[in-house]
Ligand binder design. Structure first.
Ligand code: FES
Length: 103
């Protein structure tokens, strides 16, 4: 089942936006890289920190707490101390709206 994330125009190019879909307890991070949209869990796998407060660079999201990083497209941990991959979700674009199967 697809859940609405946000509007495409709300996600900055080479940037990240935190979304909290209605009816779900978790938050998610939505990214735009070269015009393509990606979504991951918002919580770092190393600690209880919101990745959407971090920086996007070279297709990676850098955690604001310890500087660990993940590949936004694959979720793979790319910088220590992160080791555990980040969960990723395929984003479906319908007009200006972004959706993903978050189940
Ligand atoms: S909490 Fe994210 S790198 Fe430590």
């Amino acid at each position: 089942m697809l859940t609405r994330l946000c509007s495409a125009s709300e996600v900055p190019e080479q940037g990240v936006k935190q979304v909290a879909p209605q009816g779900l307890e978790a938050e998610f991070a939505v990214y735009r890289l070269d015009g393509q949209f990606y979504a991951t869990d918002d919580m770092c796998t190393h600690g209880m920190v919101s990745l959407s407060n971090g920086d996007v660079a070279d297709g990676q999201i850098f955690c604001p707490l310890h500087g660990g990083a993940f590949d936004i497209r694959t979720g793979k941990a790319t910088e220590l101390p992160c080791r555990q991959a980040l969960k990723i979700y395929a984003v479906v674009v319908q007009g200006d709206e972004l959706f993903a199967d978050l189940g």
